[in-house]
Design a protein around this ligand. Structure first.
Ligand SMILES: Cc1cc2nc3c(=O)[nH]c(=O)nc-3n(C[C@H](O)[C@H](O)[C@H](O)COP(=O)(O)OP(=O)(O)OC[C@H]3O[C@@H](n4cnc5c(N)ncnc54)[C@H](O)[C@@H]3O)c2cc1C
Length: 405
């Protein structure tokens, strides 16, 4: 392996979701030696689907993943809002997304993207599954970490890419509550096998005041269900049974396919359930420790771009570290300077969108449906979506030390 003249070569990355493996890939390309540590015993499967375009897509393509993400992904034709009896009441064709992105727009399982990124690094990066950092001690020359499964190790730098509930953020910066801004919603998602009907490449949404339920047909005879609903400030249930019970109560009066979907819910053992929150921090680094992706600045699902931002932050952090030849103070500052305004704008946009996804009143639902209908008017969708979909930041095209692809 080539040796480069630089400080801080060894980097421990906590989190094997989106940002973690992307960071390992680009650090490697920059001549660093990353190690990845993931809390789960294996890569997480299932979950939910994400829309993926713009700079995130561009980075994935640079990693040689364009064909793969389009192969495992979906090209949604239509967004359709249905009423109690399943009749379409509003919606629009999604050609507009393709037109605005040069057809570089795909919907894919978050776990599929995570797996594809991981496959890019698994043979060249040390990976520790079923393990996590339980203590961090920053010293002048590096960081000593204590691991859950025993033992201590030393690294030059530690990066938290461990999501909304980041352990590195907690250990280095303080409890999540200091940085979390709850947006007043919770989200739940699960998959079922053999559900009927199937509507290929159509995203179906059903709304009740303060609640939305989405259905999306997946490959291999599977269907994904997504719930977004208003909640108070209190803690959400953590036990599977209690989470199911909360959903049953919330959607008990629902029409459309609600009763059948709630029945399917009863059979699932894998339910994604979390608060819809943002993370807002004054700094994304402290000494030799930095954060990327949701750990640093979760924009929430309402921004519809968190995975792309997770990849963008990984790419920029690795690029700036390489450019600064490993001098972390310099690199962490420029990483933040390049991205902070852009990400804050995404966070503001996500807050605005919350009311569109699950309006709190019957009138709000009506208004949302009218606006969605208007999207079918030629030109209007371009106008309305164009600004949201365009990335208002330009990424450096770094000259990586090692070949990529
Ligand atoms: C319902 C929903 C829909 C979404 N839709 C979209 C969309 O359309 N488009 C889009 O771009 N984004 C979307 N997002 C957001 C996107 O999924 C996230 O922003 C993205 O996954 C963030 O990537 P990450 O790598 O920062 O964190 P994560 O993907 O959350 O990965 C974090 C990883 O860290 C691991 N971990 C956690 N704690 C520890 C620890 N203590 N030690 C070690 N490992 C740990 C976790 O197991 C996980 O593997 C959506 C999110 C949700 C919930």
């Amino acid at each position: 392996m080539a040796q480069f003249n630089m400080a801080n070569r060894t980097v421990l990355i906590s989190g094997g979701g989106i940002s973690g493996p992307a960071l390992a890939f680009w650090l490697k390309a920059g001549g660093f030696q990353p190690t990845l540590i993931e809390q789960a015993p294996r890569l997480r499967t299932g979950g939910y689907v994400i829309d993926f375009w713009g700079l995130g897509y561009w980075i994935a393509a640079k990693m040689g993943l364009e064909a793969d993400i389009n192969h495992v992904g979906y090209h949604v034709r239509e967004m359709c809002i249905v009423n109690d009896s399943g009749k379409r009441v509003a919606g629009f064709g999604t050609d507009v997304f393709g037109e605005l992105t040069n057809n570089r727009y795909v919907t894919l399982g978050r776990s599929d993207l995570s797996r594809l990124l991981f496959e890019k690094i698994k043979d060249t990066t040390e990976v520790l599954f079923d393990n996590e950092i339980i203590d961090l001690d920053q010293q002048a020359e590096g960081v000593r970490v204590r691991l859950k499964n025993g033992g201590e190790r030393a690294f030059d730098l530690v990066i938290g890419a461990d999501g909304l509930h980041s352990g590195v953020r907690r250990l280095a910066f303080g409890p999540r509550q200091q940085f979390e801004r709850k947006l007043g919603y919770a989200v739940a998602a699960f998959e079922a096998q053999g559900y009927r009907p199937r509507d290929d490449d159509v995203y179906l949404m059903y709304g009740l005041p303060g609640r939305m339920l989405g259905r999306f047909t997946l490959h291999r005879n599977r269907t994904l269900f997504l719930f977004v609903f208003t909640v108070g400030d209190g803690a959400l249930p953590t036990a599977l049974d209690e989470q199911k019970e909360m959903l049953r109560k919330k959607y008990a009066d629902g029409g459309w396919e609600c009763p059948r979907i709630l029945e399917e819910l009863g059979h699932t053992e894998e339910l994604y359930f979390d608060s819809v929150s943002q993370i807002r921090m004054n700094n994304w680094s402290k000494g030799r420790i930095a954060l990327t992706g949701d750990a640093a600045f979760c924009v929430s699902l309402l921004a519809g771009q968190g995975s792309a931002l997770a990849m963008i932050s990984a790419y920029v952090l690795a690029g700036e570290l390489m450019k600064a030849e490993g001098r972390h103070h310099e690199a962490f500052l420029s990483y933040e300077a390049l991205l902070r305004d852009y990400i804050q704008a995404k966070q503001r946009g996500a807050k605005r969108f919350a009311t569109a996804l699950a309006p709190r009143t019957q009138l709000g639902l009506l208004f949302r449906n009218l606006v969605t209908k208007a999207f079918a008017v030629p030109g209007l969708a371009h106008l309305a979506i164009g600004k949201e979909i365009t990335d208002a930041v330009q990424l450096p095209d770094y000259r990586w030390r090692l070949p990529i692809g």
